[in-house]
Ligand binder design. Structure first.
Ligand SMILES: *Cc1c(COP(=O)(O)O)cnc(C)c1O
Length: 418
């Protein structure tokens, strides 16, 4: 199996006349259609809402498009809240799922009417001091142990820093209720990048059972259950993509088994997906600028880990296509590398690819989430532009590339760097 780029060599040759490589480009039709499908998959649930995880792709142009389909935002910091604020999002369009929250952020969220999702029981006092007790509060659950889905995919909540234990969340609900909270939410994020249709239904079962218990033990009015993120994408060409329709249907089944018989059939389902919403609909386009033949064959490109950190950080696989050579035989083996003075700055290691010539455009797949966003400035490297491939085929710049002036902006208090 292979993965197909959403732009052609001819399109890139046009784009680079105006916007030089490297750049991240996003496929508007791709992510808008996908977002609509997410809403279709959960249309059985009256209050359903996807809160796009802003940290995945913190670009207001993209968030605005998603908001037009009905998505809210899931923010985790002050500046992410500012994006929501500037886009005019308010109240239940904003979820604030932070942890180890710095001062001032709950107050800001509350001033926008956003929903605060508490990561810990100790955050109740912290929140109350900052902004009082809101009418609606969500709490994050961590069941501990390991979380296993039938096909063996699992994660390790017992080792993760997030959420409250069962005793704590029960206690937190009691305290919050006594302090006047009227509506409660429950949130849990138990596994990351799951490429299986079983994850959300399994997670839903865990949280739905908890919701029934919490309602019985505390009398809390549970308004929503937030399945959070974790729905993955097939980074590798042999992986089978998740079927969001099957996932929605799987959650519905568990809902009708557990919540409906308890008379809890007005509970809204929320999601906070980032990767699934944007990952496949972004790509990093870079140019082969050097070749090097030592103990291995290297292709040096004009992007580096500062533009896409996942391979360096997690050893993550990103598929690579040499544009214009989609059908050429993969009879060469290369490391495709960036310019950082770090030997982990490799987009691909021992990758079978067609023969790469200098000036070839290299398309790195699936950078639409946690791609540009994780960028940084090591080695004085600058972040690239972000472009939007619109439904009509035109290309719009939705973030300019950094310039040295941006890099030095934090020295603007001293004359010599001006
Ligand atoms: C990162 C994150 C998400 C999004 O995760 P994806 O794997 O990108 O879907 C959602 N909610 C919270 C609280 C997160 O930290």
């Amino acid at each position: 199996m292979t993965k197909k780029p959403f732009i052609t060599l001819e399109q890139v040759q046009e784009i680079v006349k105006k916007y030089p490589t490297p750049f991240h480009i996003y496929d508007e039709k791709g992510f808008v259609d996908n977002a609509k499908k997410v809403y279709e998959a959960f249309s059985w649930n009256k209050g359903f809402r996807e809160y796009f995880a802003v940290k995945a792709t913190p670009n207001p142009f993209i968030i605005k498009k998603l908001a037009e389909v009905g998505c809210g935002v899931d923010c985790s910091s002050y500046t992410e809240l500012m994006i929501a604020d500037k886009l005019g999002l308010r109240n239940d369009e904003i979820m604030f799922s932070s942890n180890e929250t710095p001062e001032g952020e709950f107050a800001y969220c509350n001033s926008l009417g956003g929903i605060i999702n508490l990561d810990d029981i100790t955050m109740i006092d912290f929140m109350e001091k900052e902004c009082g007790i809101p009418e609606t509060v969500s709490c994050r659950f961590n069941p501990g142990g390991v979380f296993e889905v039938c096909n063996g995919i699992m994660d390790n909540p017992g080792e993760s820093k997030y959420g409250m234990t069962l005793d704590q969340i029960t206690e937190a609900f009691k305290i919050l209720k006594a302090k006047g909270v009227k509506n409660f939410g429950i949130h849990a994020f138990l596994a990351s990048n799951t490429v299986t249709n079983e994850y959300y239904p399994m997670l839903a079962k865990t949280i739905f059972e908890l919701a029934v218990t919490l309602k019985k033990e505390t009398g809390a009015n549970i308004k929503f259950i937030n399945l959070s993120g974790g729905v993955g994408i097939p980074y590798k060409p042999d992986q089978k993509p998740n079927d969001i329709m099957a996932i929605g249907e799987g959650v519905r089944k568990v809902y009708e088994e557990i919540l409906t018989p308890e008379g809890m059939d007005d509970v809204a389902i929320y999601t906070e997906m980032g990767r699934f919403m944007m990952g496949p609909y972004g790509a990093l386009v870079t140019k082969a600028i050097h070749e090097k033949h030592i103990y291995k064959e290297y292709i040096g490109v004009d992007a580096c880990a500062a533009n896409l950190m996942r391979p360096a950080m997690y050893g993550a696989y990103h598929h690579v296509t040499v544009l214009g050579k989609e059908d050429a035989p993969c009879d060469h083996v290369y490391d495709v590398v960036g310019s950082l003075c770090e030997n982990n700055d490799k987009f691909a290691v021992d990758r079978k690819l067609p023969k790469i010539d200098m000036g070839d455009y290299i398309y790195i797949h699936d950078t639409g989430a946690h791609g540009f966003a994780m960028g940084y400035n090591y080695n004085g490297r600058l972040r690239s532009a972000e472009l939007l491939l619109k439904e009509d085929g035109s290309v719009e710049m939705i973030r300019r590339a950094e310039t040295p002036k941006d890099y030095f902006a934090t020295f603007d208090f001293c004359d010599i760097m001006k």
